[in-house]
Design a protein around this ligand. Sequence first.
Ligand code: NAP
Length: 284
Amino acid sequence: MATIIDGKLVSAKVRQEVAQQTAVLKERGVTPGLAVIIVGDDPASRVYVNNKKKACADVGFYSEEYAMPADTTMDQLLEVIDMLNERPDIDGILCQLPLPKHLDEKVVIDRIDSTKDVDAFSPVNVGKIMIGDYDFLPCTPAGVMELLAHYGISAEGKRCVVIGRSNIVGKPMGMLLLHQNGTVTICHSRTKELAEICRSADILVAAVGRANFVTADMVKDGAVVIDVGMNRLNGKLCGDVQFDTVSQKASYITPVPGGVGPMTIGMLMKNTLKAAKLHHGIED
Ligand code: NAP
């Protein structure tokens, strides 16, 4: 039976460290500030935004929410971003995705000042990650790396397989494992012989968005299995990995819920703290 990787525990540790460092910054007159923009009334986005605001309060950040109606125009949204870009008390700007269809996410993300782009989605920050010289890492892949580090698991020299190639999870995940000297394969919906490739993995990361997609026959004995998926099956939250069977084969595994999920907000807090330090010329 695999060791269960406890995302709640590691996330709490990350947040505690952020809270401690925030207290020190506050003594120097600096309060990290995060602005969260939400457009429309998607219920899942509302839950995420509420969780982010609560996390800010818990670590001692200042936070602001801009709740904009679903029929917000590009000009109106860009105007808010421009205003937040100029504000010295705002260190991080986060625009909750997905946006309503009539709004161009790429343009919106690109408009956020790259030093305030705490999601690390902007082309500037993505480029910096590619060359390995970055200030921020995207929160979910960074959270996975933090989990691996906490459990003493390094990608160095390991065969790493990532299923999924989205810009926010799969691609940066592959890049971070590569930076740690893993030998990385990124799979997607057109990949042939997926099961065979997965079976070669020492570290297998599933970011597909399909319940029970990864089955035990796709997993090597002793592999580390990281489940990024967040799916609803019969009303219940579950990941991409068939937990009951895969956990019998893996050496380490993340559960859903309680694995990667809690890490994402912790890493957002870490990025916002870093942004505040950058803006005030404070060494990390
Ligand atoms: P996405 O943009 O929909 O990407 C899914 C990826 O899976 C795509 O690259 C797709 O390939 C690939 N895929 C789909 N079907 C496949 C198949 N049959 N075989 C191989 N690859 C297949 O999703 P995402 O935003 O990356 O998110 C992935 C999952 O992680 C979702 O469940 C999401 O809810 C979850 N998530 C969790 C967190 C967290 O905090 N835990 C954060 C973000 C996302 P193509 O590119 O070829 O279409």
